[in-house]
Design a protein. Structure first.
Length: 554
């Protein structure tokens, strides 16, 4: 099963050895031979099928379909992907998807004359040739390019289907429009729905509308979480609607609305976790003050359990951060003054445990955009010269089966990478100030291979034991206090570290005995989870690149 990955590790490897093995505690890696120096950065591993591994390569502005042998990790072919040059149309490469062993190249097309924004999928051969029959997945009318919105993608757990959302704010109508479609491996439309939300009389209200998450569940059921709220300026009260829109295949995909009582709290983000006849939602929430304003600080973690047979909420818990956790995040002095945590944490991984509980990993994420006029956080700039990505501390939270807080701990981490670019698209996680889709900061595929792919962490869970691996500054060896951490901003000099948790939330740090010069460093955005204890990884050191398999041993 493929999962969105924010993965990072550095493994020790002599450049001259073939299929060398490397270990850090229970993590074992076997690499293939050195890949050809073709100047193409592997920016995504699409999946594995028919004994082959498929990936996307990037060289300047050109994309390539790269195919590797599944056993030897040897590069079999690298073929350029030529997108068509259409008159009066702007074609942008979105990605390649491997659905049930079938390759499709997806591109978005903006047509100035028709004032339409389309998403087109075209079959792709292993030689990198586009088929003659493309399928128009979406064709959305737009007033102008700046309001064309964004596409967001999810694959099914078995990677045999594709869920796509297009979302945009219509300024003229003061409304939000989003359309969701679900396609099988032949790109046949299984499900299609469109929703429009109009902000009525919003001069007297402070309106927000968010789609924190949308997913494909079991039996190809579709779930969309919607959070709509406003503050009435006259009454100084905030009104919140937190809902799950469920579209079940057994019900002919008829819309079912499940309302969750947020009790005067503002759910800042959300992760959907389908599990049998239950649906789990979890994320961070913000408090609301006595005047109805949302406080811009994290209050804690919420968890909700929904019975999908009755569409009722069977458990709902709001857990405030304890003093110990807050002290590790913001320092003891500020924690004693009851200061809160900045709302910059996004869920990167959720682990369902055998006891029915959940372990949530949330990472500090920030994107700073450098412009001619200065620095902006988040947002979109024109004439952008640089983008700095920050990924720092990880909050690990253990919840019982009913959502009650069991323990929390903080893994100290500080990672920074800056990319030079001429343009920054809206990307996943952002639409406008009061309308957003998703929460985590996504790195555009065009910016991979330039540094930000080294940031993040790899959570490993097996036999009831949680381990977290990431790249760190060599000067942080043995350090577990966040205040003493030095930032990792030079990936080529990074070394691996591993934090291992026990059942009570205590951890130990494992570091390599010594750093080896010219060791390969894993690029996180190009890893692929084969199973709970096996990953396909891509590591590099200057011009030396290798593909490998990482296995988690007992």
């Amino acid at each position: 099963m493929k999962k969105a990955k924010i993965v990072l590790a550095a493994l020790l490897l002599g450049l001259g050895s073939l299929h060398a093995q490397n270990k850090l505690d229970k993590v074992n890696i076997t690499y293939g031979e050195e890949l050809p120096d073709d100047k193409q950065a592997l920016v995504e591993i699409l999946g594995e099928a028919n004994g082959k591994i498929y990936g996307v390569g990037l060289k300047k502005d050109d994309y390539f379909l790269k195919i590797f042998d599944g056993k030897s990790m040897k590069l079999l072919s690298s073929s350029p992907i030529k997108l068509p040059d259409l008159k009066d149309k702007e074609v942008e490469f979105e990605n390649i998807y491997l659905l049930n062993g079938k390759l499709y190249a997806l591109g978005s097309v903006y047509n100035r004359k028709e004032k339409a924004y389309s998403l087109v999928a075209t079959p792709l051969s292993e030689a990198g040739k586009l088929g003659t029959d493309g399928t128009v997945l979406f064709k959305v009318p737009v007033e102008k390019k700046s309001e064309m919105g964004s596409f967001f993608f999810r694959t099914t757990q078995d990677e045999a289907g594709l869920l796509v959302m297009h979302a945009a704010k219509i300024k003229k109508e003061d409304a939000v429009n989003y359309q969701i479609k679900f396609f099988d491996d032949n790109l046949t439309t299984i499900f299609d729905t469109t929703e429009k939300v109009v902000f009525e009389d919003d001069k007297k209200k402070e309106v927000t509308f968010n789609i924190p998450d949308f997913q494909v569940g079991l039996n190809d059921d579709i779930y969309v979480v919607v959070n709509e709220g406003y503050r009435d300026k006259k009454s100084k009260k905030r009104f919140e609607t937190f809902e799950v829109h469920a579209y079940k295949s057994t019900k002919g995909y008829a819309k079912e609305v499940i309302t969750i009582n947020s009790e005067g709290r503002y759910p800042q983000n959300c992760q959907i976790v389908p599990s049998g006849n239950e649906l789990h939602l979890m994320g961070f929430y913000l408090s609301v003050d006595e005047k109805g304003r949302v406080n811009q600080d994290l209050e804690g973690v919420y968890a909700a359990t929904i019975d999908l047979k009755t569409n009722t909420t069977t458990a709902l818990k709001f857990n405030q951060f304890d003093q110990k956790t807050k002290a590790k995040l913001i320092g003891e002095r500020r924690a004693k003054k009851d200061k809160d945590v900045a709302p910059m944490y996004n869920i990167i991984h959720v682990i369902g445990r055998a006891d029915g509980g959940m372990t949530i990993l949330s990472e500090f994420q920030m994107r700073m955009v450098g412009q001619g006029a200065g620095i902006g956080i988040g947002g979109v700039g024109v004439g952008v010269s640089s983008i700095t990505y920050v990924k720092a501390s990880i909050i690990v939270t253990s919840l019982s089966a009913d959502g009650t807080h069991e323990w929390s701990n903080v893994v100290p981490k500080a990672q920074v990478a800056t990319v030079s670019t001429m343009f920054l698209g809206l990307g996943a996680g952002s639409i406008s100030d009061n309308f957003s889709v998703g929460g985590a900061i996504a790195i555009p595929i065009a910016q991979m291979g330039s540094g930000p792919e080294y940031l993040g962490a790899l959570p490993i869970y097996k036999n009831g034991e949680l381990s977290i691996m990431f790249n760190d500054n060599v000067k942080n060896k043995g350090i577990t206090n966040g205040d003493d951490m030095k930032k990792m901003d030079s990936p080529n000099k990074a070394v691996p570290t591993l934090f291992i948790f026990d059942k009570d939330g205590n951890f130990v740090r494992k570091d390599p005995e010594e750093a080896v010069k010219d060791a390969l460093v894993l690029r996180p955005g190009v890893s692929y989870e084969v199973s709970d204890n096996e990953y396909i990884i891509y590591s590099s050191r200057k011009k030396a690149d290798k593909l490998g398999r990482m296995v988690l041993e007992d």
